[in-house]
Design a protein around this ligand. Structure first.
Ligand SMILES: NC(=O)c1ccc[n+]([C@@H]2O[C@H](COP(=O)([O-])OP(=O)(O)OC[C@H]3O[C@@H](n4cnc5c(N)ncnc54)[C@H](OP(=O)(O)O)[C@@H]3O)[C@@H](O)[C@H]2O)c1
Length: 251
């Protein structure tokens, strides 16, 4: 896919969790299509400043720990003060940990739901009224195949992603008449920092690839292409959907 098919000149994009991984690739592709991109990470880092430099187009970096609601509100306040209300909002940041349900831990449950679910609700609550005034908007939730397909030791993470899918659909319903589309992408296994340790296990990796109909893992640029398409004018009549990007693993 040629991302220059999409002209995002004049658009502002906020991509949460874009210092690394899928968010980074998406932010760079949106910038390559002309958008001014606000990159985000938990805190200032070399990775965050280098992606901003690479993106150009007056890209900016903002930070907030999404496990802390006050920091999420403060991030939205800065965006409003700077008048950089996004036309494109990619809700991508998340945390993931592997815990069997028999080892349920309330603190971990709260951390996972705060970071992965509540932060998106706060950002929507703070930014949607301003986005609605623009009569154009693209909101892309980055869910997970685990939101629809159970995986051992990922019950809480999967439940958080399932909750997001419902929130995304409601947001789509409530905002369609403002010209705002809302969709969720469901990545399967995409090679990023998050799974680099677990994918070092050759036996595990080989079994996993056998289970995926396309017998390979996905790439961040493939997710970025889908996010860019959903951010474009061309995707203006697509809303309230979940799109798996998983090599058929949802089947
Ligand atoms: N990779 C996969 O196989 C896969 C599969 C299904 C779904 N997904 C979903 O795709 C999205 C991106 O995954 P990824 O693999 O690209 O992630 P990643 O490489 O682990 O990067 C995570 C990003 O989120 C930020 N982040 C981490 N903790 C945060 C917190 N407490 N508050 C705010 N931001 C935080 C990180 O910022 P810092 O750099 O500052 O830490 C980083 O930018 C996630 O929603 C994930 O659930 C990924």
């Amino acid at each position: 896919m040629n991302s220059f098919l999409y002209n995002l000149t004049g658009k502002i994009a906020l991509v949460t969790g874009s210092s690394r991984g899928i968010g980074r690739a998406a932010g760079l592709k949106l910038a390559a299509c002309g958008a001014k991109v606000i990159f985000h990470g938990v805190k200032d880092s070399e990775k965050l400043s280098s992606v901003v430099a690479e993106a150009g187009n007056c890209a900016e970096a903002l930070t907030a720990d999404f496990g802390n609601a006050d920091e999420v509100v403060a991030l939205a306040e800065i965006i409003k003060q700077k008048q950089i209300i996004p036309d494109i909002l990619v809700l991508n940041a998340s945390v993931q940990s592997y815990t069997g349900i028999a080892n349920f831990d309330s603190n971990e449950f709260v951390r996972m739901f705060r970071t992965n679910v509540e932060s998106s609700c706060i950002l929507l609550n703070e930014l949607l009224p301003e986005m609605q005034k623009k009569k154009f908007g693209r909101i892309i939730f980055v869910g997970s195949i685990n939101g629809i397909k159970p995986a051992s030791r990922l019950a809480i993470y999967g439940a958080a992603k399932a909750a997001l899918m419902n929130i995304a659909k409601t947001t789509a319903l409530e905002n369609a008449h403002y010209g705002i589309t809302v969709n969720t992408i469901l990545p399967g296994v995409i090679e990023t920092d998050r799974n680099s340790e677990i994918l070092k296990d050759a036996e595990f990796t080989s079994a996993l690839k056998k289970d995926i109909p396309m017998h390979r893992f996905g790439r961040t640029d493939e997710c970025a292409d889908l996010i860019t398409f959903l951010s474009s004018e061309q995707a203006g009549y697509i809303t309230g959907n979940e799109i798996s990007i998983s090599g058929g693993w949802q089947l």
